[in-house]
Design a protein around this ligand. Structure first.
Ligand code: GUN
Ligand code: FE
Length: 453
């Protein structure tokens, strides 16, 4: 629906994180957005007179002014820092196995289908539209090893107006013969894809490449070294999986006895940088935490997947206390849903479980993540992990307007409001029991990309 945009003014309620621990609830707020989607002006407690003055100050006509209905509000778009676009085709199925068996049994056979560009076109159109309608305005995607299919994913994201990093997956060892590449091919196609994406990004800066070694077991040292060189040459981000599952960690130790840890392997090959996004990080040692922090790499917390594949429970509270960069990911299809609302809810449950069972060095139980912290992880935290905090994550002047218009009063809504509901409880209800039916409109770069009005 890429409707072209003019400057706009939005008047009503807004909620966003001002920092990790605080959500700001703005009443009678105004946000003015430029033609290119930049937030020019934010103001709260605006009177009708001030509203008229602001509209005239920005030379806006009545049709450029949107006035929200009583219970509606805007919140920042969700940022999914870890999702496998090709795995949408089997999301919600095959949840009986743990990671390594799951990869062999379900994942690799299904990803192999993306050799067909026709198949890729249909599947990628399905997944990108599904994410957008669920409010994911920015995604950090894994593709497959097939460069043509990855280009189709990039074209789809471009056409649908989403903001995304997209990576061609690299796999040159320990992979089935029907789904593996030579080291040489893997590097060559990755460079071709990076160049394709950088070219695309000149016209549409919403799309960008990310180097994507699947994980250490499926990439030789030679390949990882060359990918590290590409990351430096093009100064682009890197994403992979780290310390997700105990069996996986043991396997990495067997493959790399010369290096002290799983994290050290990525670091050794130049893949742990301040632009790196490591998914899961459930079972990190203290040394690994320190190394990630030293390199200023980011972590994608994928709570649904960690439960569904029974990988373990990540102690996000500890990561936050250690001042690590943390965002959230759905990890479709290890995680069974594309919805970041579900990612938030499952992260809440994971943090409750940690709070029952784990103590900090002083012997106190870790505290559960609060609503503000959960929303932060799904917005500002994700932006930081992706190096996009200057552009997106909340409604600060100078950032881009990536926003969701939430309508809690839709007749088909899963929840109802009562006289005792204020803005805070309305927001809580949406986060806990709302769904895509309440996500009435989705804006990316100020452009309306999805509307259920
Ligand atoms: N580790 C390597 N590949 C994958 C994958 O596709 N999903 C998850 N969850 N972990 C992985
Ligand atoms: Fe994953």
């Amino acid at each position: 629906m890429n409707s072209s945009t003019t400057s706009r003014l939005f008047f009503g309620k807004f909620v966003h994180n001002v920092d990790l621990e605080n959500l700001e609830y703005i009443h009678d707020g105004v946000i003015v957005v430029s033609e290119t989607g930049e937030i020019l002006h934010v103001e709260k407690d605006v009177t009708q007179e001030q509203l008229a003055n602001l509209a005239s100050q920005y030379s806006l006509t009545a049709d450029q002014v949107t006035i929200l209905e009583e219970n509606q509000f805007f919140m920042p778009g969700f940022i999914d820092t870890h999702i496998h676009a090709p795995q949408y085709v089997f999301a919600g199925s095959g949840m009986n196995l743990q990671l390594l068996e799951w990869l062999e049994t379900y994942t690799f056979p299904r990803e192999a289908f993306f050799k067909s560009t026709e198949y890729a076109k249909k599947a990628y159109s399905d997944v990108v539209s599904q994410l957008i309608r669920n409010g994911t305005t920015t995604a950090c995607y894994y593709g497959t090893i097939h460069v043509e299919a990855c280009k189709i994913l990039a074209d789809t994201v471009d056409e649908m107006g989403q903001r995304a990093y997209i990576g061609k997956v690299n796999m040159d060892r320990n992979s089935p013969d029907y789904y593996i590449e030579t080291t040489e091919d893997s590097v060559e196609k990755t460079e071709e894809f990076i160049q394709f994406m950088l070219e695309k990004s000149k016209k549409n800066p919403r799309v960008y490449p990310v180097i994507t070694p699947r994980f250490v077991p499926s990439c030789t040292g030679d390949l990882m070294r060359k990918l590290g060189e590409l990351a430096r040459k093009y100064d682009v981000p890197v994403q992979s999986h780290l310390c997700e599952n105990r069996g996986e960690i043991e396997w990495v130790q067997q493959l790399h006895p010369e290096l002290p840890s799983y994290t050290a392997v990525y670091d050794h090959y130049g893949l742990l940088t301040d632009k790196t996004i490591m998914a899961h990080c459930v079972h990190l040692t203290e040394e690994e935490c320190a190394l990630i922090k030293k390199r200023n790499a980011g972590i994608a917390h994928c709570a649904n997947s960690n439960f569904a594949l029974r990988s373990g429970i990540c102690n996000v509270r500890k990561l936050l206390e250690d001042k690590q960069k943390v965002g959230m990911g759905t990890d479709v299809a290890g995680g069974y849903t594309t919805s970041m609302l579900d990612a938030i809810r499952t992260a809440a449950i994971a943090s409750a479980a940690v709070s029952f069972t784990e103590q900090d060095p002083n012997g106190n139980n870790y505290s559960q993540l609060k609503l503000a912290e959960l929303i932060y992880l799904a917005t500002v935290g994700g932006a930081k992990v992706m190096g996009l905090e200057e552009r997106i994550g909340n409604f600060m002047v100078g950032k881009q307007f990536d926003a969701l218009l939430i309508d809690p009063s839709k007749p088909e809504s899963n929840f109802r409001l009562y006289s005792h509901d204020d803005f805070y409880t309305t927001f809580e209800k949406f986060i806990h029991i709302g769904d895509d039916r309440n996500i009435s409109r989705v804006y990316i770069d100020g452009r309306l990309v999805n509307s259920k009005d």
